[in-house]
Design a binder for this molecule. Sequence first.
Ligand SMILES: CC(C)(COP(=O)(O)OP(=O)(O)OC[C@H]1O[C@@H](n2cnc3c(N)ncnc32)[C@H](O)[C@@H]1OP(=O)(O)O)[C@@H](O)C(=O)NCCC(=O)NCCS
Length: 182
Amino acid sequence: MIALVEPSLERLPGYVAALRTGWSPSTGRDVSAEQLAEIERDVARFVADLARNGAGATVTLPDGSTVERLPGLVRWMWDGSFCGAINVRHVPGTLDLPPHVSGHVGYAVVPWKRRQGIATRALALMLPIARSLGLPRILVTCDADNEASRRTILANGGVPDEACPQREEIGKLKLRFWIATG
Ligand SMILES: CC(C)(COP(=O)(O)OP(=O)(O)OC[C@H]1O[C@@H](n2cnc3c(N)ncnc32)[C@H](O)[C@@H]1OP(=O)(O)O)[C@@H](O)C(=O)NCCC(=O)NCCS
């Protein structure tokens, strides 16, 4: 059975083992090496920052400019061992997102646990969490050629964004879906 759990020092070894294989929780860019370095520097701080998705820290955009990370949280997918990570980020009080954030939720499953329904279940478990953050629906996007992610979204009731069902972001065609959280 899959649960979403808060990142913790106790469960960190499974996360570290995944990073060491080169697995990255972020699909936009490979952050495995930099996260391993952060863990090496200050493990307690890493876990505390990760749990709230690094909110408040700055992010460097492809054009070199920096912006503040949105409020959010990270949960680990757990079946007795580490399976993957899912995060939610939002702008309080609105469904709108700034242009550099493609959707409210992002997820990645470790390669050796894929195709077991874990992402589908994790996204379902994230919906009430997103609702508790004040989001009645969430925008979830995927690359047009990411069949596994598209199916994960559809299995959770994803409906194409009427106004903009797809758009190019940083040279990639993204499909845009809304999922009701309750
Ligand atoms: C996308 C990802 C999270 C899916 O995780 P998963 O746990 O394997 O997904 P599930 O087992 O819940 O499968 C979801 C659906 O995709 C299908 N699927 C899974 N892997 C697939 C693949 N490689 N090719 C085609 N379909 C696939 C499953 O059959 C299932 O379809 P169904 O609901 O019609 O039966 C995982 O492949 C991954 O981490 N990829 C790299 C990171 C990424 O792309 N994240 C999403 C960014 S938007």
